[in-house]
Every structure is written in C-alpha cells, then in structure tokens.
Design a protein around this ligand. Structure first.
Ligand SMILES: [Zn+2]
Ligand SMILES: [Zn+2]
Length: 257
C-alpha cells in the first residue's frame, strides 16, 4: 500500500515522526509522498528536508491558501526545485474558494502559472480544489494539463469534477472523507473510477478516517481508506493495494528510485 499524499513534515509530527513511519511500515505502507506547499510560505522546503531524511519522495508547489505570498523569487526557486530528481510533482496547487485565504484572482494566477511550469518541466500536478470544481477543470483544460498529467487529491467533488478529470487522463485520490457520513456522491465516484486511475491517501495530519476520526491522522490509517474503497468496489484490500501501487509508479515515474 502507498499513502499518496501526506504532510508528516508538519510540526504535529515533530515529537514522534520515526514512530509514525514505523507504524506505517508495520501496516504495510512502504512508501508515502510528502506533499509540499501547505501551511506556510515555502512549506515545501520543510517537506523536502523531511522527505530526504526519511528517503521518501516529495513535491513542491504553492498551495492556494498561500498564493498571496508568492513572489518572483518563489518562481525561480520552484523551477530550480522542479529540476531536482527528488521532486516528483508540482503540488499541491489549485483553487480553494471555501477558505479564501488568498484572493481568488491571485489563486487563479498562481495556479495557472504552476500548471504551465509543470508542463515546461514535465512533472505531474497534485490538485487541491474546494468549492471550485468547474473553474479548476476549466483551467486544467485551457492549460492542456492532460499533457503533464496529475491527480485530484482528497476528492470531495461531484461527478462533473471526476468525469472531466478522468477525461484529461488524471488520477483520483480518495481520503478518509470517503468514509464520513453524507459522502454518498464521493462513494459513487469511488465505485466508478477505473482501477488504473485510483489512488488513496491520508492527507495526514488532517481528516483521520473512522475509527480514528477527530484524532491526528497518520499514514498507517490509509489502510482504512483502502478498506472502504475495496468494500465499495466489492474487491479485496490486496487488489486495491496492487492497483494504487502500480498507479503511483505510473503517475510519478521519478518516485521509482
Ligand atoms: Zn489539499
Ligand atoms: Zn494536502
């Protein structure tokens, strides 16, 4: 099994990061992707540092929450990072009209520019979208994001987002939200996504799935997400594990070594 999206570089894990990784490995999670760009300006630098020390892949990008902090220096640094082998994707990037931590026009501009960068350097994108499904799809289509590929992380959208993302060749990643009450539409999408486009993630420390809900999330709990996906698709957890492992390698070729 693989946790395709976590933030174990965040301070919530400073006291027991090694134990968290050991618990993940004991649960059969051999690999995880440390996604940068959340929580603070240049948050990816922290993700990369921790990923290096643990031997896991990382991504770099400016989260929509932090879009207002991006400067010309950010762009130069991001392009430099994107050319480093340990960076397997540009992300997380996108639009968040739920929290609106950055002005929407700034979010749009920073998102568009990062999709262009991803195409230029040939890396896939990790998309964060909240209450902005249609606009996110419009922008990905306009910028021909199908050419670099990517994943809609922590899928919480509707059928339109799933269909348009799949049409672009994108992957869809499910988190613990899948197992929350009132997640019927997300569960319907989890049933219909083709097996070769499916990923699972924790987004730790956020969004712990039942039975851990309300606690700090951690990569070991991705097995709960996989169990839920397996139950919905009437298949085994082992089959989901094999599918997501193959999909992860295909989407993030740089994560292979
Ligand atoms: Zn996100
Ligand atoms: Zn995240």
């Amino acid at each position: 099994m693989i946790d395709s999206h976590c933030h174990i570089d965040m301070p919530q894990f400073d006291a027991d990061r090694d134990e968290v990784v050991a618990r993940a490995k004991a649960a059969g999670i051999e690999r995880m992707l440390l996604v940068g760009g959340v929580d603070e300006e240049n948050g990816h630098l922290r993700a990369i540092k921790v990923a290096d020390s643990l031997g896991f892949p990382a991504s770099a990008g400016v989260h929509p929450h932090e879009a207002r902090l991006a400067t010309e220096k950010t762009w130069d640094e991001l392009e430099g990072l994107a050319n480093e082998k340990r960076i397997v994707a540009i992300g997380e990037i996108g639009l968040d009209f739920h929290y609106d931590h950055s002005p929407r026009d700034t979010q749009r501009e920073v998102f568009r520019r990062q999709v262009r960068l991803a195409r230029k350097v040939g890396l896939p994108v990790i998309i964060h979208t909240r209450e902005a499904d249609s606009e996110t799809c419009d922008l990905l289509e306009e910028e021909k994001a199908g050419e670099c590929g990517g994943v809609i992380h922590c899928f919480t959208g509707g059928h339109e987002l799933a269909d348009r993302a799949l049409a672009l060749g994108f992957y869809v990643s499910f988190s613990g939200i899948l197992a929350f009450p009132r997640a019927e539409v997300i569960q319907q999408v989890a049933k219909k996504v083709p097996a070769d486009r499916l990923l699972v993630e924790t987004d730790a420390p956020f969004l712990a799935p039942p039975p851990h809900r309300g606690k700090r999330n951690e990569p070991a709990f991705v097995t709960e997400v996989a169990k839920k996906v397996a139950a919905l698709r009437e298949t085994s957890v082992e089959a989901i594990g094999a599918a997501v492992t193959a999909n992860f390698q295909r989407l993030f070729p740089r994560a292979r070594d």
